[in-house]
Design a protein around this ligand. Structure first.
Ligand SMILES: [Zn+2]
Length: 115
């Protein structure tokens, strides 16, 4: 590789790295806003259970928790999708054992699983 090719390669690697950083920052912001949504659900559960207590209908507690839990599950799935994207952007992959490794790894360093 000539000197100029190396310089060009270096510049292109730096551009890729910058693009990756922008992408990761965006994904992390989305994940953190989803986590706040979950906290709002927890807050609503607490408020609703308290309201049920005040109105003497604590028997509705299960129903209240059930209803908000669907929302929490949905947001958790969205977070899982975003976390998968983070792994892809970082050029990594996840093993069946849960260990995250570099994308071109042939065997998992934790469990030996072949890719
Ligand atoms: Zn593994």
């Amino acid at each position: 590789m000539s000197f100029f090719d190396k310089v060009k390669q270096g510049a292109s690697d730096a551009a890729k790295k910058a693009q990756q950083t922008v992408e990761l920052t965006k994904l992390k912001a989305q994940i953190s806003s989803k986590e706040k949504e979950i906290e709002k659900f927890y807050h609503l559960i607490g408020e609703s259970v308290y309201a049920a207590h005040v109105s003497g209908s604590l028997d509705r507690t299960g129903e209240i928790v059930e209803r908000f839990s669907h929302g929490i599950e949905a947001v958790k799935q969205e977070i899982a999708v975003l976390e998968q994207k983070v792994i892809e952007v970082r050029n990594e992959k996840e093993c069946v054992c849960g260990k995250v490794v570099v994308a071109d790894t042939k065997f998992c360093s934790a469990c030996g699983h072949p890719f």
